[in-house]
Ligand binder design. Sequence first.
Ligand code: ZN
Length: 221
Amino acid sequence: MSNARTERRFEPTSATPAGLLLLVLNAGALAAGAGAVGFYLRTKNPESAPYTTEALALGALLLGVATALSANRGLRVRVGAAGVAFEKGDLVRVPWHGLARVSLEGAAVRIEGKSEFGTGVSELCSLHTHREALAALVAEAKVRVPSVLGAEVEARVGAPAGVAGEELPLEPVQIAGRRCAASGKPIAFEGDGVVCARCERVYLRAAAPSSCACGQALNGL
Ligand SMILES: [Zn+2]
């Protein structure tokens, strides 16, 4: 493919101040602790510590909220021609054809699929800290692999507010050494393969169907 591949890199925004997170975490621990003490007192005298169950429930709830708020807070996410990628020490990249599901999970979006190396990926990105990346992801997925988008994801995430993130160049799609998505046969040389422009599946030119598994026409490539 001649057109340059790029992706955009999104920094998480800190819509949840670290102080607030700490506050919720402390309140949760305090409530859970009070509940635990109450539980102990009740074993001695069933009439004592009347709010034990409530304190335990509140503690669990607050700790749950803190977990949701802190989920992948610092994670940088990239979205572009090569799919969606997460900067987790190594770059964990899920190509568009490997993306299985993008679904709402409370105030966050779960992104599931298989990495370029075939390993399972499941990442949770908060609507608060990763809205720009999620908006870019949903906008791209809508065009490339619309079937992976869960109900109401688009409505909750919203459209990209403008051009956001830092643009990064991508290497051309690696073809040599890959396996044909139709025949499973290895592709020895760059020139023997064709790449779907929409989902980036790779096919042996000789075995390529007229349209990709994603529906994109492959004729004329
Ligand atoms: Zn395709």
